[in-house]
Design a binder for this molecule. Sequence first.
Ligand code: ZN
Length: 185
Amino acid sequence: MDTIGLQTKIDHFGNVIGRMAGVENDAPALVIGSHIDSQPYGGRYDGALGVIGALEVLESLYEQGITPNIPIVVIAFADEEGSRFNKGLFGVRGMLDLLEEGELERQDKTGMTRRKALIEFGCDPSKFEECLIDTSKIAAFLELHIEQGPVLEAKEEPIGIVTGLWMTVEMEGPGSVPMAMILFI
Ligand SMILES: [Zn+2]
């Protein structure tokens, strides 16, 4: 994230966040992301594909020197699967102020609480409030994710199919020359 010009941080929930500034930098952002933990049947592309895909988009913009009209934020959400503390979507629920009572006291198999694990990782649960996301500052959220089973494919249900691409091209130049003239020159 640092090498493609993003402003980066790890918030106190453990979410990894990168922000590309936009031309209208105070406008609501396009948020793209997924998670980088997984579970035994998650498959090779679970979560990570959505994060790598988002970074690929931003890397392409960066390499071509394009500043998007609105900011674009990539998020690798912390502990989506809940494998360790048996309660999933921790990072995203944290950002949305949807954590439940006593959640930080849940223990893993060794008896370590989530609170202690977060602190050991460098997070500070007393600063959660600073890390809440203002949903009015989100224009849209995109997540690229594989189907982790054969259901949609078996039903031949198409999802996420791109039906069109729009692009405005502005050309600047010194006046016009009729095509016929070009042909005769
Ligand atoms: Zn997933």
